[in-house]
Design a protein around this ligand. Structure first.
Ligand SMILES: [Zn+2]
Length: 292
């Protein structure tokens, strides 16, 4: 089963980090206007994880996605990493985001993905918060060690039921695989952009479970500028040294050209569903339960 997801935060990020440049907004609009028909023509429905702030500040973007028949999931309110918040702050953020999205689309929001997969061993209480906000499925787990923490004890990269107290969440973890001893993800992000099409297709084609995640900015075929020290520190809440900013620049820009064409090729070669459909297709009684 292949699941197609997009994280949608560009417009908000543009305003809050770069100050809001009209031509950049137009580019994101165009990127979305290229993506939605590409999905429609193949009869595909995806899950778009949107910020709560996208619903309040850029409602036309969320509405456009929703009216094209895609699932609207929640991607936090202002793209703050959940492992940098207290439980109280994380609850306030999630509630605000879910409320804003639901109010706009007039529907219950059931799927969630934390910014940068920032839910792991240090903040397992977050699953209780999700349940409290009416979320029933989550796609925030990176089931291996990583710079940002990760959630190694989750185990294999397969869907499972997460149980935290009375909270029950259906988890759709990102697919990790080992390459030269390192855990990597090729179904989105930098490795999707670097790896040639044939390799990605080879790695996922007979998989029982593969979840893809993209950002609209990844599909723009254009390099992003390096953040200033101040922008970096404001957003990432860590020292904006030259090295940190250089690493971030490399990560976000590597292989950006040709990413959209690669995605389209993949959409032609494989079947995809969104999280809502995947959740109903899976027989959860056959899946393991991860008790936290
Ligand atoms: Zn994001």
């Amino acid at each position: 089963m292949n699941i197609l997801t997009f994280d949608t935060e560009e417009w908000y990020f543009e305003k809050n980090v770069h100050g809001g440049r009209d031509w950049k907004y137009r580019q994101f609009d165009e990127s979305l206007d290229r993506l939605l028909p590409a999905l429609d023509k193949r009869g595909l429905k995806a899950t778009f994880f949107c910020l709560g702030k996208m619903a309040t500040d850029y409602p036309y973007v969320v509405k456009k996605i929703h009216s094209a028949g895609h699932e609207i999931g929640c991607h936090s309110h202002t793209h703050t990493w959940m492992n940098k918040l207290t439980a109280e702050e994380a609850l306030a953020d999630t509630r605000q985001a879910v409320d804003a999205l639901e109010q706009l689309i007039g529907e219950k929001v059931k799927s969630y993905r934390a910014p940068a997969f920032s839910v792991g061993e240090t903040n397992t209480w977050f699953f209780e918060i999700l349940a409290e906000c009416g979320i029933t499925r989550d796609a925030s787990v990176f089931p291996a060690s990583r710079e940002l923490g990760g959630f190694k004890s989750y185990g294999s990269a397969e869907p499972a039921t997460i149980q935290y107290g009375n909270a029950i969440i259906h988890e759709f973890p990102v697919n990790t695989m080992q390459l030269f001893g390192k855990h990597i993800v090729c179904t989105g992000g930098g490795y999707f952009r670097i790896f040639p099409y044939w390799l990605i297709h080879h790695l996922v084609k007979d998989k029982e479970y593969a979840i893809f995640y993209f950002h609209l900015a990844d599909l723009l075929d254009e390099k992003r500028p390096r953040l200033s020290r101040e922008q970096y520190e404001r957003y990432f809440k860590e020292p904006g040294t030259f090295l940190n900013r250089w690493k971030r620049q490399l990560k976000t820009n590597i292989g950006v050209s040709g990413a959209f064409a690669k995605l389209e090729r993949l959409l032609d070669a494989e079947q995809f569903v969104n999280i809502d459909k995947a959740d109903s297709f899976i027989d959860w009684t056959t899946k393991r339960t991860v008790k936290l």
